[in-house]
Design a binder for this molecule. Structure first.
Ligand code: B12
Ligand code: SF4
Length: 491
């Protein structure tokens, strides 16, 4: 029987788990009687990249920035043309009434390339788009003309309403939450609020793939909430996902049990912004998981909270949490204040939280940001000191990023308030009004922190090792820099 929609996820994001968003789309389509199948080329391509023997080519492919934008992708095409052609042929060969593409900022250009090639082959199936890069009408401007319709933001409640309209030729105004691009380049859309009651959404459906056994990384995604309780200045979560919402522990456990029945060796990765948004909820969830002896390894992101107690970490450990990924961001109190990341309290309370997590037997993984506007070199050194002093409680640095201004984040919306030169805010070359924090400076600070962490014996995660490269050569030391140099490299 011909499928209604073939759902496609193209490279390259280094994907290592099934895609939760597409599984939600599949179940939302099934709710109103439309069949679909997911093809995740991102995952299969990750294997291809891992096996590339030429280290230069491998590094080039690993570097996600090389995939962003049409120009960059054109530069990669000579190396990936056979793969692109194989994705096109594969999609072309699967009979379906329509195609759906999940678009994020890294596969944006590759998706456009594949759609253009499909059209050249004579594939005229209607195209639907959605995904991480389709939350704001501005971010789909460069690609929406290739689709018949784009679902904006969380699609779970939009899909059931829009499918009959889409499958019957998109006549009339698009339903709320859907964007249509017209021939003159104009776009029409109506905003829809994200689903309020997450318990009412159907359970995600990953289809017939042999997850997770077919994957190198055995974890499966799941979510207990959407959005966040904090409002960090660099983060776009509220403009993307609106207010914080949670699923009930009952519904969450229902999903875990149904996944476990299907995949006995199940391990779960919470895709939430944070698993400790509401402590009473987390406590109840952990108690229930323990009481029902679910016995599934769990990992999730969390915030440092000064009100989280040692007993909470112990309960999490008993429920199966083996790792917590903290968006620590900085070890400087001053920088955390300007970032509006205040839930952890002062540095000694933050240190206590790391220690409690560690002492409860949970692996501590952290994410860090270097070069937030307002961070000085002294702040950076202070942060490095704090992190090194706490190295014994930090197992891995999963992400060490130089500051990027995400569209929709407070820093990007109000650049001057944060001392950012507004005209520079759209690219990696953004700089502060006084020019002291610029691209080169951030690369330099990245290298400094990286070196300090390595010398303190902190382990760097694969993404840091693969994706980030130290600045080629540090700029000439300036006077302040000379003063600090002794502190950085004690002989
Ligand atoms: C958990 C998470 C991860 C996890 C797991 C991803 C997974 N495989 O499930 C891990 C840690 C692996 C991860 C890695 C990365 N992530 Co991530 N991640 C998230 C996070 C926090 C939640 C994603 C999620 O599951 N949301 C819940 C689901 C239900 O929502 P969704 O994915 O958006 O899907 C909905 C809609 O988009 C839509 N939809 C999706 N696909 C389609 C397709 C069609 C046809 C339609 C109609 C609709 C539709 O319907 C879905 C249901 O509502 C988001 C931030 C956020 N809050 O969304 C960042 C986010 C998606 N990640 C991001 C990035 C950049 C990455 C990395 C590239 C980081 C890096 N440098 O390595 C890698 C990429 C690896 C990968 N293949 O995903 C960015 C993407 C930016 C962008 N504009 O594209 C985000 C938005 C964070 C941010 N604010 O910058 N990530
Ligand atoms: S950075 Fe993390 S903790 Fe801060 S608002 Fe965003 S999701 Fe929440």
């Amino acid at each position: 029987m011909t499928l209604d929609v073939l759902l496609v996820y193209l490279p390259y994001t280094g994907g290592f788990m099934p895609n939760l968003g597409l599984a939600c789309v599949r179940s939302a389509m099934a709710q109103v009687g439309y069949s679909s199948q997911i093809i995740n080329f991102d995952y299969s391509f990750s294997h291809v990249v891992n096996e590339v023997s030429d280290p230069h080519l491998r590094h080039k492919l690993y570097n996600l920035e090389n995939w962003v934008g049409e120009d960059k992708l054109q530069g990669l095409l000579p190396d990936i043309n056979d793969s692109v052609e194989s994705w096109v042929q594969h999609i072309y060969s699967v009979p379906s009434n329509a195609l759906g593409f999940s678009v994020n900022c890294f596969n944006h250009a590759a998706t456009a390339e594949v759609i253009r090639r499909l059209r050249l082959l004579g594939d005229d199936r209607p195209i639907l788009m959605g995904g991480a890069n389709c939350y704001f009408p501005e971010s789909v401007e460069g690609i929406s003309y290739l689709a018949d319709a784009v679902v904006l933001g969380e699609a779970d409640e939009t899909i059931p309403e829009m499918m009959p309209w889409f499958m019957n030729g998109c006549h009339g105004d698009p339903p709320p939450g859907v964007l249509v691009s017209h021939s003159k380049g104009e776009q029409t859309w109506k905003i829809r609020n994200p689903p309020e009651d997450l318990d009412r959404l159907p359970l995600p459906d990953y289809g017939d793939e042999i997850w997770p056994e077919g994957w190198g990384y055995p974890d499966f995604p799941i979510e207990m909430s959407r959005s966040c309780i904090l409002s960090c200045a660099f983060c776009d979560v509220h403009s993307r996902n609106g207010s914080f919402r949670m699923r009930s522990p009952k519904r969450l456990i229902e999903e875990i049990l149904s996944l476990k029945q299907r995949y006995p060796s199940l391990r779960l990765h919470f895709n939430d912004s944070l698993v400790n948004g509401k402590l009473p909820y987390l406590r109840e969830t952990c108690e229930r998981i323990e009481a029902e002896q679910i016995d599934v390894p769990l990992v999730g992101q969390a915030i440092i909270r000064r009100d989280q107690k040692f007993e909470d970490f112990q309960a999490m450990r008993r429920a199966g949490f083996h790792t917590l990924i903290y968006g620590l961001e900085s070890g400087s109190y001053t920088v955390l204040q300007i970032m509006n990341k205040k839930s952890g309290g002062n540095l000694s309370q933050i240190s206590q939280c790391l220690q409690m997590t560690h002492d409860a037997g949970i692996k501590v993984v952290i994410n860090l940001i270097v070069g937030f506007p307002g961070e000085t070199r002294e702040d950076l050194l202070e942060a490095a000191d704090f992190l090194c002093e706490n190295a014994q409680y930090i197992d891995v640095v999963a992400s060490l990023s130089t500051m990027v201004l995400l569209p929709g984040s407070p820093v990007s919306r109000f650049p001057e308030k944060f001392g950012v030169e507004p005209t520079t805010r759209f690219g990696p070359d953004w700089q502060t009004l006084d020019g002291t924090n610029n691209y080169d400076e951030r690369q330099l600070r990245w290298s400094i922190l990286y070196d300090r962490l390595i010398s303190a014996g902190v382990e760097m995660g694969t993404v840091v090792k693969r994706m980030e490269k130290p600045a080629p050569s540090p700029p000439k030391p300036r006077s302040l820099w000379q003063k600090l140099a002794g502190k950085l490299n004690p002989v």
